[in-house]
Write a protein that binds this ligand. Sequence first.
Ligand SMILES: Cc1cc2nc3c(=O)[nH]c(=O)nc-3n(C[C@H](O)[C@H](O)[C@H](O)COP(=O)(O)OP(=O)(O)OC[C@H]3O[C@@H](n4cnc5c(N)ncnc54)[C@H](O)[C@@H]3O)c2cc1C
Length: 462
Amino acid sequence: MSVPGTEQNPLKVAIVGAGPSGFYAAEALLKSGLVVRIDMIERLPAPFGLVRHGVAPDHPKLKEAIAVYDRIARSPEFRFFGNVTVGRDVAVEALGTAYHAVIFASGAETDRRLGVPGEDLPGSYTATEFVGWYNGHPDFRDRVFDLSQEVAIIIGQGNVAADVCRILAKTVDELKHTDIAEHALDALAASRVRDIYVVGRRGPAQAKFTAKELRELGDLDATEVLVDPAELELNPESLAEFEDRKGAASKKNVDILRDFAARPRGGKAGRIHFRFLLSPTAILGQGHVEGVAFERNRLSGPPFEQAARSTGELVELTAGLVFRSIGYKGVAMAGVPFDARQGVFPTRDGRITDEQGTVLPGLYACGWIKRGPTGIIGTNKPCSVATVASVVADGAGLDEAPRPGAEGLPALMGTDGRRVVSYEDWIAIDQAEMSRGAASGKPREKFTSVEQMLEVLGAARR
Ligand SMILES: Cc1cc2nc3c(=O)[nH]c(=O)nc-3n(C[C@H](O)[C@H](O)[C@H](O)COP(=O)(O)OP(=O)(O)OC[C@H]3O[C@@H](n4cnc5c(N)ncnc54)[C@H](O)[C@@H]3O)c2cc1C
């Protein structure tokens, strides 16, 4: 038998997860020059991962990546198997037998914990659940957020924190023509949140926003940004960072914050406040969030390595709502080694390794489950290309026996009673969502439960 990758013996690859990194891996395989058959397995009936369920509804341009993924999905060598959870409906071991190679692209589906008392008080939420809720992710559609509170604190100063802040601060008019989930728009319409504190443990020069996301916060209809100029005083190490090209993005952020600080009060109904150099030590309250206790920090260390160190000074902010936005984290999957500290599958050059660092033949990873939750959508492309380069390099060494692919797995063939969702099925769901949205001037009205999506398919068959 010939090595996998020929007409007689196509290289059969399962990709687990239909987010950007999974699609970029599929694209790289299609361009590899080998004869490939790709089966992408996704736990939801809907593909596109965080492009559908993470990227903010008021940033539609960023969802244009979907057009690229759609083209890949329509390739004859590609099949989509939605509504199948790997590690539950189909075992990793079974995939390893049915395919020459398995590429995990399962993302980072949970959040890092703050590890402070009161973290789980009612009124304290993770950005993950809030983002999933307003984006109509089936796992989060039933979450209830107490938006009767007037003051919210967002802990974290990255782009996800900026998204959460913007969605809380925007008016219904600013959101109603986006693909925000209907249940979220209704709840936000009744929101009483007026003051939003966005708090970071380091200084303004270390905040992780990108300039565009930060600037946008100063451009909202009914909410203004308040920054105390004293908060923007920088230590010599931060000023030194600006002298280096690596510090250009931070300098831009500080310039934007200075512009905010110089603005006269506009008398808008809502306010966003930035606070720096504060680490939460407890979320306070009896039965519900009433505030957050922080320790004031100072920065210590050379430029670009400055860490937050407590000064011992305590600061309290009163608030009825807290959103913790300190980073996403991958989750373990039965049958795959997991680095619980980093929240990733351990890899070397994209090849999954066991605890001793030994490569497990045929198992690979790309995207957030390989690198951790960093970078933008495009960052996943070189990551997936590098992983596929390892698959191709290993090709000749992979077991030569032809593999059955999905045909060898009842869970993918739907013969175990599960309604597996094909890409054609997804197109029917997609079109139904778009027609639902058209009525209210939205690009789409998402179905927010698996059952609703499967119902569309029932109706389509009739
Ligand atoms: C809130 C938020 C906003 C963002 N906004 C932007 C933005 O505006 N611009 C930008 O460029 N980037 C943005 N990003 C970053 C971007 O979304 C990520 O870089 C990218 O989605 C990571 O791709 P991925 O394929 O590794 O993971 P994901 O996109 O998370 O995809 C993983 C997929 O795997 C599936 N899966 C998980 N477990 C299993 C399993 N056991 N079996 C089968 N399937 C499984 C999941 O359902 C999911 O569909 C944002 C991220 C977040 C969290």
